[in-house]
Design a protein around this ligand. Structure first.
Ligand code: NAP
Length: 227
């Protein structure tokens, strides 16, 4: 796995994504501190025991200790969670949330813009990067179980933050794919609704991940420029 400088990472939320991030970042040589609403809870302590060298604190204290904060909470609790973290100035926030809601026809977007843009606006002074929102928790926990590299799409308005996020994502064994400004989170969160297809159709199982296939030796036409 690629190396990135060892960091203290606050993983907010101790559910499926939180536990997977904790395991993955620890394996990559980072120090994990979980931010939990109930750090003493037995389930939370089990997650801590399974993550070597970690601890669980309240979310505000966890974020205060860390250079990087991962927001592994449900969309419905995201605004409250971000606002409970206190001063996030200068911190790198990785946002895997999906602003989606579920109906009888499947999953649809819950907001007109994107969760990524809203998190960016709530987390004042922080450097927010949308990341991992299309990657299943079981893949984050164990990316090498898949035959090829899974893509982790990165969207942010902050180029330096995106470069740092790229190092972290690569250190976990994913291919970081830069998809431009935070506005691209609208597309990424739409992709996450497609990710729900296996659940709602029953036609595929959960092994449904996104990656990018490069076009290799295909001869390209004239290079197009934006504008
Ligand atoms: N599951 C996936 O494969 C997957 C893939 C891509 C993206 N995502 C996104 O990642 C985020 C986390 O997903 P998840 O599957 O890890 O969710 P989860 O298993 O339900 O865990 C979420 C955790 O967030 C914390 N939390 C904070 N505020 C909460 C609230 N108001 N209600 C409930 N829990 C709250 C809880 O930890 P404490 O009790 O310790 O506070 C909880 O264990 C979601 O936004 C989801 O859309 C998930």
């Amino acid at each position: 796995m690629a190396q990135s400088t060892s960091k203290t990472i606050a993983v907010i939320g101790t559910g499926r994504m939180g536990g997977a991030f904790g395991a993955a970042f620890t394996r990559a040589g980072h120090t994990v501190v979980y931010g939990s609403r109930n750090p003493a809870d037995e389930k939370v302590q089990t997650v801590v025991k399974n993550t070597t060298g970690s601890a669980a604190l309240d979310p505000h204290s966890a974020a205060a200790k860390a250079e990087v904060v991962v927001l592994a909470v449900p969309w419905a609790g995201a605004e409250e969670s971000v606002k409970a973290l206190g001063d996030l100035s200068g911190k790198l926030i990785l946002d895997p949330t999906n602003a989606i809601q579920f109906g009888k026809d499947g999953a649809g977007l819950a907001v007109d813009t994107s969760g990524g843009e809203l998190v960016r606006d709530w987390a004042k002074g922080a450097r927010v990067v949308k990341a991992f929102n299309t990657v299943g928790y079981f893949v984050i926990a164990n990316p090498s179980a898949l035959p090829g590299k899974v893509g982790c799409f990165l969207a942010s308005d902050d180029a330096a933050a995106k470069a740092e996020a790229k190092d972290l994502v690569t250190s976990l064994g994913f291919e970081a794919v830069d998809v431009g400004p935070m506005k691209s989170a609208r597309v990424l969160e739409g992709m996450s609704t497609l990710y729900m297809v296996p659940y709602f159709t029953g036609k595929q199982d959960e092994r449904f991940e996104w990656s990018v296939v490069r076009s290799g030796n295909v001869t390209l036409g004239p290079v197009r420029t934006a504008g």
